[in-house]
Design a protein around this ligand. Structure first.
Ligand code: F3S
Ligand code: ZN
Length: 127
């Protein structure tokens, strides 16, 4: 469980294994929508996954993405980002790095997920 000053709900980080442990339950804006079998929750996108229940709509990913992958959208009354143009992603990982609640998981282009995780985790004194 992740708590953030910018998050007024209990934010769960995205499940980075969702592509193997969750199921595609539909499509939206040309990308897949994933859900776990027994729990609520939705992740939009396969190349670029956004966990809607975690997203706080800060829009930092929109600011940093060099290829304009994301589009803001309303989910009920909340603002979230949708990876509407995930096919444009160049795997730069900027969105993962700026997301304050770990709501985004970009598919690994090389190396292991452990390598990626270690690259994305900064020592406390550097954050
Ligand atoms: Fe954009 Fe993130 Fe891909 S910043 S280019 S969606 S890795
Ligand atoms: Zn979507």
């Amino acid at each position: 469980m992740l708590y953030s000053a910018e998050c007024n709900k209990e934010c769960m980080p995205i499940n980075r294994d969702y592509r193997t442990s969750w199921h595609v339950v539909g499509t939206h804006n040309g990308h897949d929508v994933w859900s776990p079998s027994r729990e609520p929750g939705k992740i939009h996108g396969t190349t670029v996954g956004v966990h809607f229940e975690s997203c706080i709509g800060c829009l930092k990913c929109i600011e940093v993405c060099p290829t304009n992958v994301f589009e803001r959208m309303r989910l009920d009354s909340a603002l979230v980002v949708d990876p509407m143009r995930e096919s444009e992603c160049i795997l730069c990982l900027a969105c993962e790095m700026v997301c304050p609640v770990e709501a985004i998981a970009v598919v690994s282009s090389g190396g292991s997920d452990k390598t990626l995780d270690s690259l994305l985790s900064f020592p406390d004194d550097l954050t």
